[in-house]
Design a protein around this ligand. Structure first.
Ligand SMILES: Nc1ncnc2c1ncn2[C@@H]1O[C@H](COP(=O)(O)OP(=O)(O)OP(=O)(O)O)[C@@H](O)[C@H]1O
Ligand SMILES: [Mg+2]
Length: 227
C-alpha cells in the first residue's frame, strides 16, 4: 500500500562554485500525502525553488532518494524525467507565462494538444472552475493580472497533474487578488483531488494550507499541520 505521494529521503543538492560548494538542499526528509496543501516558507536563498525543481524533476538531487507514489523518480536527465513531469506535475509561476497571441481558451487547449489530449469540454470546465467562462475568447492582454493567473491555474490543471507546484504564484498580485486566486486554487485542487505545494514569502497565505513547512539553509526547520 502506497500512502505517500512524495517521499524524499536525505535529499541533497549541491552546486560546485569557484568559491566553494553551495548546499542548496542539505538533507531534506519529507513525506507528503495525497490531498495535502503545503505552504513552503523560508528566507531568500534557503532552497525553496531548488526543492520545487527537484520535486518536478526539472533538476536532480546530488544525492538522496525521491519516490513518487512508491516509485523511484528518474534522475538521469533523460526522456524519462520529461515523461515523469508530463504525467504527474503541474506548475504555476509568478509571471503567468500565457501566450499572448492565443485566447484564454486556446492557451489551455494548446497544453492539451502538446500532450496529444485535446479535450474542449475539460478545458471549458476548468475555465468555469476558475470563474472565467465569460473570458474564454479574450486575449491575455484583455484581462487583469488576477484573471491571467487564474487562467495559468486552469492551464496547469489541464493535464490532471497529481502534484501542483507554485513558486511565488501570488508574488505579482495585490493582497485582495492574491486571496481570490488562492481561494480559486484551493477549490480547484479539492474538486480535482490534486495535492499542492506552494512556495511563498507571504505568511497570510497560511490560511489556505493544511501544512506549513519552513526551510532554512537547505534544511527543514519546522513542519506543522494547520487544519
Ligand atoms: N544554478 C545554481 N548555481 C549555483 N548556485 C545556485 C544555483 N541555483 C541556486 N543556487 C544557490 O542555491 C541556494 C538556494 O537557492 P534557491 O533559488 O533554491 O533559493 P530560494 O529559497 O528559492 O530563494 P528566493 O526566495 O530568493 O527565490 C542559494 O544559495 C542560491 O544562490
Ligand atoms: Mg526561489
Amino acid at each position: 500500500m502506497v500512502d505517500s505521494l512524495v517521499d524524499l529521503r536525505n535529499i541533497e543538492r549541491y552546486y560546485e562554485m569557484p568559491s566553494g560548494v553551495v548546499k542548496a538542499l542539505d538533507g531534506i526528509n519529507l513525506e507528503i500525502k495525497s490531498g495535502e496543501r503545503v505552504i513552503l516558507l523560508g528566507p531568500s536563498g534557503s532552497g525553496k525553488s531548488t526543492l520545487l525543481n527537484c520535486l518536478s524533476a526539472l533538476d536532480s538531487p546530488t544525492s538522496g532518494e525521491y519516490n513518487f507514489l512508491g516509485k523511484t523518480v528518474p534522475n538521469d536527465n533523460s526522456e524519462s524525467m520529461t515523461s515523469f513531469r508530463r504525467e504527474n506535475i503541474g506548475y504555476v509561476f509568478q509571471f503567468f507565462n500565457l501566450l499572448q497571441d492565443l485566447t484564454v481558451l486556446e492557451n489551455i487547449l494548446l497544453i492539451q494538444e502538446l500532450a496529444d489530449e485535446r479535450d474542449d469540454n475539460r478545458a471549458k470546465k476548468l475555465l468555469k472552475l476558475v470563474g472565467l467562462e465569460a473570458e474564454a475568447d479574450r486575449f491575455p492582454a484583455e484581462i487583469s493580472g488576477g484573471q491571467q493567473q487564474r487562467v495559468a491555474i486552469a492551464r496547469s490543471l489541464a493535464k490532471k497533474p497529481k502534484l501542483l507546484l507554485g513558486d511565488e504564484l501570488t508574488g505579482n498580485l495585490d493582497s485582495t487578488t492574491s486571496s481570490m486566486v488562492m481561494k480559486v486554487l484551493v477549490e480547484a485542487c479539492e474538486a480535482e483531488d490534486i495535492t499542492c505545494i506552494f512556495v511563498t514569502h507571504d505568511e497570510s497565505l497560511i490560511e489556505y494550507a493544511t501544512r506549513v513547512i519552513r526551510i532554512d539553509s537547505g534544511k527543514v526547520i519546522s513542519d506543522t499541520n494547520v487544519e
